[in-house]
Design a protein. Structure first.
Length: 244
């Protein structure tokens, strides 16, 4: 046994698949997707969704801005806890800060809370942000993802790298509802991930004839391609914008 660290090639197929899912999730989060793992679903490994501007499709900022109306301090991020809940008596308009929930002047319990700046004591206003294109409307996009993970193929006898990956899919696995995508996580010899992103239709098109066969030959639904230039699968390399 060598003393080097455990490497990806030492992982069992099951653990390697889980690693592929993790790497794909991590990559998707960089593109602003929220990611969920459905439990016990044979074909869907990840459900992803995000909000985008209805007009320009840019990622939508869901966090409303919280700003002081006078001194413009931004409370949206770290300062939320500094906001003071000022009270106003709805009967006599008396205002105060602190815990009292009854007006000292008229003893009314009819009071309203006003979020107030701790520095200048003016009202903090909440504003739903607009997109930079000016639009105030957003839409939700939802996709289902099947993750496949492949390592470099090695010759079983010599242990020499074949400099290739394989993709395969059983024809019964092909969900074509237009919202389902495949992401292949390909791990190279330096343990770096590469991703192929494609729709079910694109997968079928690229597999071509080998998917349509009805023979029982082994490897029928499997295709091998170069790990150097990715062959005809190259057009899907890191094409995460296809999901939008
Ligand atoms: Zn926009
Ligand atoms: Zn202020
Ligand atoms: Zn009062």
């Amino acid at each position: 046994m060598s003393s080097k660290n455990k490497s990806i090639s030492d992982l069992s197929q099951k653990h390697f698949s889980r690693l592929g899912e993790f790497l794909v999730s991590f990559e998707l989060s960089k593109y602003g997707w929220n990611i969920y793992n459905p439990v016990y679903d044979e074909y869907i490994d990840l459900i992803i969704h995000k909000y985008v501007c209805k007009k320009c499709k840019k990622n939508w900022n869901q966090t409303p801005s919280l700003k002081c109306s006078k001194c413009s301090i931004d409370f949206s991020k770290s300062l939320k806890s500094k906001i003071i809940a000022k009270k106003v008596c709805l009967d006599c308009k008396n205002e105060w800060e602190g815990n009292r929930v009854q007006c000292v002047k008229c003893h009314s319990k009819d009071i309203r809370y006003i979020p107030t700046c701790h520095k200048c004591h003016s009202e903090v206003k909440m504003k739903i942000l607009l997109c930079s294109c000016g639009s105030s409307e957003f839409v939700t996009i939802l996709r289902t993802i099947q993750v496949k993970a492949s390592r470099i193929e090695y010759d079983k006898e010599t242990g020499i790298t074949k400099r290739s990956y394989a993709v395969d899919m059983k024809p019964k696995d092909l969900i074509s509802d237009g919202f389902h995508f495949y992401i292949w996580c390909l791990i190279d010899d330096k343990e770096q991930p590469h991703f192929l992103v494609m729709s079910v239709e694109e997968f079928k098109k690229t597999m071509g004839k080998s998917l349509k066969g009805t023979s029982f030959f082994k490897d029928q639904d499997r295709q091998h391609f170069s790990s150097v230039d990715f062959g005809k699968w190259k057009e899907y390399l890191n094409k995460f914008e296809k999901l939008e």
